[in-house]
Design a protein around this ligand. Sequence first.
Ligand SMILES: Cc1ncc(COP(=O)(O)O)c(C=O)c1O
Length: 468
Amino acid sequence: MSKSDSPSAHVDADQDFGKLEFAKHYQQQATTAPEHMDAFWMPFTANRQFKQHARMLASAAGMHYKTVDGREILDGTGGLWCCNAGHSRERIIEAVSQQIRTLDFAPTFQMGHPLPFVLAQRLAEIAPDPLKHVFFTNSGSESVDTALKIALAYHRVRGEGTRTRFIGREKGYHGVGFGGISVGGLVNNRKWFATQLPGVDHIRHTLDISRNAFNRGLPEHGVELAEDLERAVQLHDASTIAAVIIEPIAGSAGVVLPPVGYLQRMRDICNKHGILLIFDEVITGFGRVGKAFAAQRFGVTPDLITTAKGLTNGSVPMGAVFASRAIHDAFMHGTEGVIELFHGYTYSGHPVACAAAIATLDIYREENLFEKAIELGRYWEDAIHALKDLPNVIDIRNFGLIGAIEMASRPGAVGARAYDVFTRCFFDKDLLIRVTGDVIALSPPLILEKSHIDQIFGRIAEAIRETA
Ligand SMILES: Cc1ncc(COP(=O)(O)O)c(C=O)c1O
C-alpha cells in the first residue's frame, strides 16, 4: 500500500485541510481567467458569454449575497426560488454539520435510519389532507419523474393499465428528466431531445396579456381554458389518460397565473374522468404564496404534489413527492415481502438532506414564514405595479411573493432587453433578479422587509430606464 493510500494518510490530509478555511482556500484558487473557467460546463447558461464577463457569488447571509470582489447583492430571487428562509441560516448549518458527523450516509433500500421517517411525518403535518405520504428524491426533476411513475403504477396496480397518457400544458416547466421534458411545454427544452414519452398531449397555457394585462393577483379572464382538458378527454378517451400535470403558478415560463376558478375546474374534470391531478409545486411550495402549498392557498387539492427547492431552503439537494392516502394505499396489497414500488434513488432520504429539511421546517414554523406572503402581499403588489408606466413594460403580474415584469421584445432579439436589465441590476445596482425571455421574475426570500421591497423595485425601475 503506498503512503497516500493508507487510511492514516487520508486522516492527516483531512486534518491539514481542516486548518485551512475551506471557502477562502478555494476562492483564492479560483480566478476568472479563461483557463480556470473552461472545465465547468454550466447548466442553462450561455457559457461563452458568461465566461467573458463572469458574475461570481462568494458568500451569502440573510437577504444578501456577496460577490468575489466584495459587493453586497440584494437577492430578489431566493437564489433560484430556493432560499425562502434567507441565506446561510445558522440552524440549518448546525443541523447539517452535526448530522454529517453522526451519520454521513445510510441506505434506505431495505434499510432505514430515523430522519426520513421524522421528516416525512413533519411534512405530512403541513400538507393538505389527504396527501399524507412522502417519497423522497434529490431534485424537482426527480420529483416530477417520480410522480409520473407513481401515477402510471397506481392505475396499473388497480387494474387500469390502459391509462398511460399524460396531459401537460404549453409553457409548463417540469424539470429536465425525460418525463419532465415530455410533459413540459417549453420548446427549447424539448426540441433537441427526440426521445420523449409517447402519447403525451398538451393543453393551452393561461397567459393572455390582451385580456389580463396589469391585472393584480389572479387573472379575471381565462377559466374557460380549463375546458381544453375536457376536449383532450373527448379526443383520447379517459381510459387512456393517467394524469394531468400543471404548475399552479408557472414560474420558469415567466410567471403564468391561473385564472380565477381555473384550478377548481381542472379538479372537477379530473374527478369526473378518474384522471389524477398532479400539482408541480417545486417553486410554489413552502410558503411562496402565503400557505405551505399553493394547493391550500387556492383551496384545490391535487392527488400528488411535487416539491424540492424550499424543502431544504436550497442548502442541500432534496425533493419530495406527496401522495394521497388512496394512491399510497393502492400499493399496499398482496404479499408483504414484495417491494411495492420499483422506484427510488440511492439518496432518497439522505441523512444530511433530511437534517437540513427538518431545520428548515423549524425556521418556517418559528418565524411564521408561510404567512409572510399574505402579510406583505399588498405592499409587494403596490410596489411592483408602480412600475407600470416605465418604458417597454407591457405587463405586470403578481401573486403571493412572486412578481413578473414583462417587457416588449426588441425586434429579432427576444430576451435581449431583459438581459440588459439583469446585467445592469447585477453590476450597477447590486441586485439579483432572474430573467426568462423578456420577463423579469422575482421571488425573494420570505424574510424580506418592506425596505427590501422598496430597494428591489427602486433599483429595477432605474435599470429599466437606463437600458431603455
Ligand atoms: C415547477 C418546476 N418543476 C421542476 C423543476 C425542476 O427542478 P430541479 O431543477 O431541482 O430539477 C423546476 C425548477 O425550476 C420547477 O420550477
